[in-house]
Ligand binder design. Structure first.
Ligand code: MLT
Length: 407
């Protein structure tokens, strides 16, 4: 059998698997250490009550022949798509219809699967540092082209550095596709309305497709930060948006997300006009059988008044954790970003330590797990990410340990 040799062009292990491996080794060498995990952005608080109730009811429906459900629509049930369109979009003045929303089992898989729609030879803009899935999925799909001395033939890294507040700057050259994530994973910074508008205007002018990852939208608390790219005029001609219930409502285990592909994004295939919406529909109906009915009922319950209140309470708790982490490092003189409209706190490792050196320092001396910035790209070297997703008690304990850092 011939295999996909693009696997030789990506790192051998996925970032979070590598971290888990190192932590497991530490744990087996130090079995009594109380390790606090603030590395992978996994939630700790239970699902909102409204979800639990909705899932119980949905399970009961499965017990009766009249209400039993088998395969659902690949694009999601209408009750959920309509709730999303009304509450996440129309209520914010965004012109998005229910049939432009595709419910799925995760934004990670959706962003990666979207590469099925790309032809070869596109120039692709990817922030550096970045959530590794955008880059790795393109490399595995063969969209990176040949390896070059400074990266990949078709990938243009958009360096995000401290002097630009870690925000991607608009390039001089034309990109065919660009990935944007705001509020950002890993740096925790968020694009303002004007900054995002500049990207949309660039995309309109350059016929560039924006893949906008808004998985952390529910953490936005400040004014002037768009919750959706469709708040920007004409974005529906150039942008696809990814959202997830994972961090919003604790669905990392039960899995539910959605992708918005507006019907107005036009592409040409073999010189024939085609809509990207139609292509994604074709892709999903061929390769995906939909998220489970029970989970979609849980997601729909989040749009009730009680659901919204419960989500807000949990996100406020994670934001408070992020603040505690941020302040703990700040008071030790660290340079810190994020943690305001985001669960992620991004900091500069002290004394010129590399990201992995600081990872080892924190693990060995404070028994705290974070994520080395270099795992998100070369521009992340010397930086480090922590999350506000721990429990309040563990986060306070982590802050106390951080206050004892002497480096
Ligand atoms: C992260 O820690 O960056 C996230 O948990 C990854 C993800 O959402 O897949």
């Amino acid at each position: 059998m011939l295999v996909n040799d693009n696997f030789s062009k990506v790192k051998e292990t996925y970032l979070f698997s590598e971290i888990a491996k190192r932590v497991n080794t530490f744990k087996s060498n130090n079995p009594t250490a109380d390790v606090i995990r603030l590395g992978i952005g996994d939630v700790t608080q239970p699902l909102p009550d409204v979800c639990i109730r909705a899932m119980h009811e949905a399970v009961d429906e499965m017990t009766h022949v009249d209400t039993f459900r088998g395969y659902g629509p690949e694009q999601g049930y209408d009750f959920l798509r309509q709730a999303i369109a009304d509450c996440d979009y129309k209520a914010r003045g965004c012109d998005i219809d229910a049939d432009e929303i595709f419910v799925s089992d995760g934004a990670k898989s959706d962003t990666a699967n979207f590469t099925d729609l790309f032809g070869k030879g596109n120039i692709i803009g990817i922030s550096n540092p970045v959530y590794p899935v955008y880059l790795d999925s393109n490399i595995l799909a063969g969209n990176g082209g040949e390896l070059t001395s400074n990266g990949y033939e078709y990938i243009r890294f958009l360096d995000c550095v401290a002097k630009n507040d870690f925000k991607p700057q608009i390039p001089k050259e034309k990109l065919d596709i660009v990935y944007l994530c705001s509020p950002n994973n890993p740096t925790g910074t968020a694009l303002t309305y004007d900054e995002l508008k500049a990207w949309v205007d660039y995309a309109l002018e350059n016929k560039c497709l924006i893949l906008f990852d808004a998985a952390y939208e529910s953490f936005i608390r400040e004014d002037g930060i768009p919750h959706s790219i469709y708040e920007i005029p004409n974005a529906r001609k150039v942008a696809v948006e990814f959202r997830s219930f994972s961090k919003t409502a604790g669905f990392t285990g039960i899995r539910c997300a959605y992708t918005v592909v507006p019907k107005s994004i036009e592409v040409t295939v073999s010189e024939k006009p085609l809509s990207l919406h139609g292509m994604w529909l074709r892709r999903q109906t061929t390769k995906f059988n939909g998220a489970s009915y029970i989970v979609q009922r849980a997601a729909a319950a989040l749009y009730s008044e009680a659901g919204r209140l419960q989500i807000k309470k949990t996100i406020d708790l994670y934001l408070e954790n992020a603040k505690i982490i941020r302040e703990a490092f700040k008071s030790k003189g660290f340079k810190v970003w994020g943690g305001v409209n985001s669960p992620y706190v991004w900091l500069k490792a002290p004394n010129g330590l590399s990201s992995w050196e600081f990872f080892d320092y924190l693990l060995n001396n404070c028994h705290i797990v974070g994520t080395p910035g270099s795992g998100f790209g070369t521009m992340g070297e010397g930086y480090f990410r922590l999350t506000g997703f721990g429990s309040p008690a563990k986060t306070k304990e982590a802050a106390a340990r951080i206050s004892g850092i002497n480096i």
